[in-house]
Ligand binder design. Structure first.
Ligand code: 5AD
Ligand code: SF4
Length: 490
């Protein structure tokens, strides 16, 4: 198995592979215990940690940013690549000394790795007391009690329904401006390289009423932007709950009143005209023309699509069980560019999938050359236990070749990102102010509708303002500009 290099090129809100410890700012006398939560991996994990914070808070836990203050330490884990799992095992080791000093501390592993490794975690990592899969967080209070009584505390049961629709997440990972709202869970696509269908189960959609209620409460709290989350948001379909495969017997009335992703987007855009709306991730075969048209019609739906293509080679796409061809992907890009000419487009690419040869690699580079993406996430293939690729195909591209191809892809993306950035120079664009710039406290950092980061002098503007900024210069990842006035658009 390879310890492959993975690279992230500028997406300020995708926390791929990063750690964030979480702080619950509101303190209240009802809290009698302290918990520390550390999250790894995709946005869904960060969003789930906010659900976990809510469940713990209802059970008298205050969330602390200091593991040494906590009697409960939870790690929300990622299994997508081997490297992500190695990192988590290493991190667990770091907590050994805390447990040595205080044997009462309980350590829990949540998320995809918990689901994949299951009971074995307790044997493999002696430090772990609790193992909880992504659908079982409501059982946490019970599992904590079990762990305190030295009873095996493992729950990795996957659900047939959206599990957390009625829980109001506590926004611990948030700048109080942008929030994640999950709309689907699980994935039915079974890409042959991917562990997610095994760790997050079958696809389920969330009740639109509970989605709308969550957004109402975000709006009331002053949030300005939300990202609708799912492994495959475009296949959102609400028939009244349950697994998708069970909808084959739906009645005509159910079919007529069903809510697909385009209808959900329209509903949210119309109900919350002052909120910016983003969504992630889209799967090329599921993205419909209706969705693109709704994006085009509503100003408050951001003009950015994250559209992973994984490989530019039809031969590899087929082996990956990606249900589109290179030609169909290009046709979709053309449609997006025709209907929304200024749309930002980003990608995920895997390099070195089993049997990938130089011609396949050239196909990936030429597809990138055709699209000229704004930014992207590029990974070397990492074999995952249990996936079809691991059972059927030998991991036969050497690490040296994987690394060389990855470097070529990254260099090309950097070139394209720079070209794309330069095209904004001279334009005046609306930016939602999010936080201090990393480099200077005198400057704000925010994002455009295309999801591009813009940095500018603060003047009298504040976090949460929509500001028109004239773009003067750029790097390959950031636009630099001058704030002109409050924006009329969003
Ligand atoms: N190896 C490398 N990258 C992977 N991804 C998913 N599974 C693997 C794997 N086994 C990448 C895909 C996906 C992104 C979330 O992670 O590009 O779109
Ligand atoms: Fe994994 Fe494919 Fe589902 Fe994405 S669409 S989560 S890559 S199986």
């Amino acid at each position: 198995m390879n310890n492959s290099k993975e690279i992230l090129l500028k997406n300020p809100y995708k926390h791929n592979g990063t750690i964030t410890s979480t702080v619950l700012k509101k303190t209240s006398s009802k809290f009698t215990k302290k918990a520390y939560i550390e999250s790894y991996g995709c946005q869904m994990n960060f969003s789930d940690s906010e659900v976990v914070a809510s469940i713990l808070s209802s059970n008298d836990y205050e969330i602390t940013s200091k593991p040494e203050d906590a009697s409960l330490i939870l790690i929300n884990t990622c299994s997508i690549r081997d490297k992500a799992e190695q990192r988590i095992r290493k991190r667990l080791n770091d907590f050994n000394h805390l447990k040595k000093n205080n044997s009462k501390i309980k350590i829990g592993v949540l998320g995809c790795m918990a689901e994949r490794v299951k009971h074995k975690f307790l044997e493999e990592e002696k430090i772990v007391d609790i193992v909880v899969g992504p659908d079982s967080y409501k059982d946490l209070p019970n599992l904590i009690e079990k762990a305190k009584n030295n009873i095996e505390a493992v729950n990795v049961i996957l659900s047939k329904n959206e599990t957390y629709g009625n829980i109001s997440p506590i926004r611990i990972n948030s700048n109080n401006i942008s929030a994640f709202v999950s709309i689907t869970r699980g994935c039915d696509n079974m890409c042959t390289f991917c562990v997610v269908p095994f760790t997050r189960g079958r696809e389920r959609s969330r009740d639109p009423n509970s989605i709308i209620n969550e957004i109402y409460s975000l709006e009331k709290k002053g949030f300005k932007e939300l990202t609708l989350l799912g492994q495959n948001v475009d296949s959102y379909l609400w028939y009244g709950g349950g697994l998708k495969k069970d909808f084959s017997n739906a009645s005509d009335l159910q079919k007529k009143t069903s809510i697909s992703f385009d209808k959900l987007l329209k509903l949210i855009a119309e109900t919350f005209p002052k909120m910016r709306i983003r969504f992630s991730t889209s799967n090329p075969q599921d993205m419909t023309t209706e969705v693109i048209k709704i994006m085009m019609l509503y100003e408050n739906i951001c003009k950015h699509i994250h559209l992973p293509f994984q490989s530019g080679s039809n031969r590899i796409l087929k082996k990956m069980n990606r249900l589109y061809t290179r030609e169909e992907y290009i046709a979709l890009i053309k449609k997006i560019r025709k209907l929304i000419p200024d749309c930002g487009i980003s990608h995920d690419i895997i390099t070195g999938f089993p049997s990938e040869n130089e011609k396949d690699h050239e196909d990936t580079l030429s597809l990138m050359e055709y699209v000229k993406y704004d930014f992207g996430y590029m990974f070397a293939y990492s074999e995952r236990p249990g996936t079809l690729a691991s059972r059927k195909y030998e991991d036969n591209v050497s690490l040296t070749i994987k690394k060389r191809r990855l470097t070529e892809i990254i260099n090309l993306q950097q070139k394209h990102s720079h070209i794309r950035m330069k095209s904004f120079i001279g334009k005046t664009i609306c930016v939602l102010v999010e936080k201090n710039s990393k480099k200077s406290d005198l400057k704000w950092s925010g994002r455009t509708t295309q999801n591009t980061v813009v940095v500018f002098e603060k003047k009298n503007f504040k976090i949460g303002d929509f500001v028109d900024v004239k773009i003067k210069d750029c790097t390959s990842g950031t636009l630099l500009g001058d704030a002109i006035s409050y924006s009329k658009s969003i």
